[in-house]
Write a protein that binds this ligand. Structure first.
Ligand code: NAP
Length: 326
């Protein structure tokens, strides 16, 4: 099969598309012919040598989500048959024409959803669903501050927040992304505006925001501690703005805040399966009805993976960048 292979650590030039052996698959696994695969920040970090894949995942082939057709099934597979359309998350190896994974990590692709839209969905929607509900205990009527809201995770989260009957306050550094975000969130703000704390508090109403879905980390920590309401929850999902910062713990104590961090990729199989199955039950019907949809910035053929990496490196995309495989 053709796959994107890392020849070393560095810029997009270390990526090479070439033939590799087919993956093997176990008794509870399905072998999938990949039609499209999402590109994620994890792939960029792995390319730069900063994010080794978890044990068991291919070490030189990035790619943590895909959509495609089941080609073969292991002897104990019960949920899927050859020909079924599936999408899902992987520890790695997704930027290739075939992948193998546990059947319970696969989600059925709802009818009407194309390969590109399906491949753009699993990583960011599972991450946003887990961060908002499981880690952030989001409830209807609450307010959520979304950092880097024009990102893949941000555009997924904004839709989940709206579907929950909660209110999103969306931030983006880019003026044209802020204009696009108006379709996704009732409040869109510039993180560089001098009165940001007051503007976020005003948008949240009451005492401040109930949940921060944080993709930025260090550079936004002071803002988050200032705008969180008493009993607020800060869910740390990304560190685009750095990972080291000092923190006034007395504020955390006085406001009775919860600070929680999370990663998806390195979780044990059983935790990933539990998340995928909870998402299937609670969110997939909203995907099937069109209420939730992955926002796709652009799709490029696997051969153009280096320029696809460049789009993310330069923060150009609104939503997801997807690779297509013939
Ligand atoms: N923990 C997990 O399991 C998990 C899972 C998935 C993703 N993530 C993390 O979540 C983050 C978002 O991922 P994604 O794939 O959704 O990203 P993405 O689609 O590539 O979008 C990232 C956007 O963030 C903004 N940004 C970049 N650097 C920034 C900074 N220093 N301060 C503020 N904004 C910045 C840029 O938009 P603007 O033009 O608006 O600035 C950029 O386009 C990444 O850190 C990723 O590693 C974590």
């Amino acid at each position: 099969v053709r796959a994107a292979v890392l020849r070393g650590a560095g810029g997009p030039e270390v990526l090479e598309v070439r033939q590799v052996p087919d993956p093997t698959f176990g008794p509870e696994e399905v072998l999938v012919r990949v039609r499209a695969a999402g590109l994620n920040r994890a792939d960029l970090l792995q390319r730069r040598g900063l994010y080794p894949p978890p044990p068991g995942a291919p070490s030189q082939i990035p790619g943590i989500e895909f959509a495609g057709e089941v080609e073969q099934v292991g002897e104990r597979v019960a949920m899927f048959r050859p020909g079924d359309r599936v999408m899902g998350i992987l520890g790695g190896g997704g930027h290739a024409e075939r992948v193998a994974l546990h059947e319970r990590l696969c989600l059925p692709v709802p009818p009407g959803l194309g390969w590109v839209e399906a491949a753009a969905l699993p990583e960011v929607f599972l991450t946003a669903f887990d961060a908002l509900f499981v880690r952030g205990r989001l409830a209807p009527g609450e307010s959520v501050l979304l950092q880097a809201a024009a990102s893949g995770v941000g555009t997924a989260a904004a839709q989940i927040v709206a579907a929950t009957g909660a209110r999103a306050i969306a931030l983006s550094r880019s003026p044209h992304k802020r204009r696009q975000l108006a379709a996704f969130a009732p409040h869109v703000l510039d993180p560089a505006s001098p009165d940001l704390v007051e503007a976020v508090r005003a948008a949240a109403g009451g005492d401040g925001v109930d949940v921060v879905l944080d993709l930025v980390g260090a550079s936004a920590l002071a803002l988050h501690l200032a705008v969180l309401a008493p009993l607020g929850r800060l869910v740390l999902v990304g560190t685009l703005g750095g990972s080291t910062e000092s923190l006034d713990l007395s504020l955390v104590m006085r406001k009775r805040l919860t600070l929680v961090g999370t990663v998806l990729r390195s979780r044990p199989l059983e935790e990933k399966i539990a998340l995928v199955q909870a998402f299937r039950k609670r969110m997939l019907p909203l995907v099937a009805s069109g209420r939730l949809r992955a926002v796709v910035d652009r799709a490029l053929p696997l051969e153009e993976i280096a320029s696809a990496h460049g789009v993310l490196d330069r923060n150009e995309s609104f939503g997801k960048v997807v690779l297509t495989l013939s």
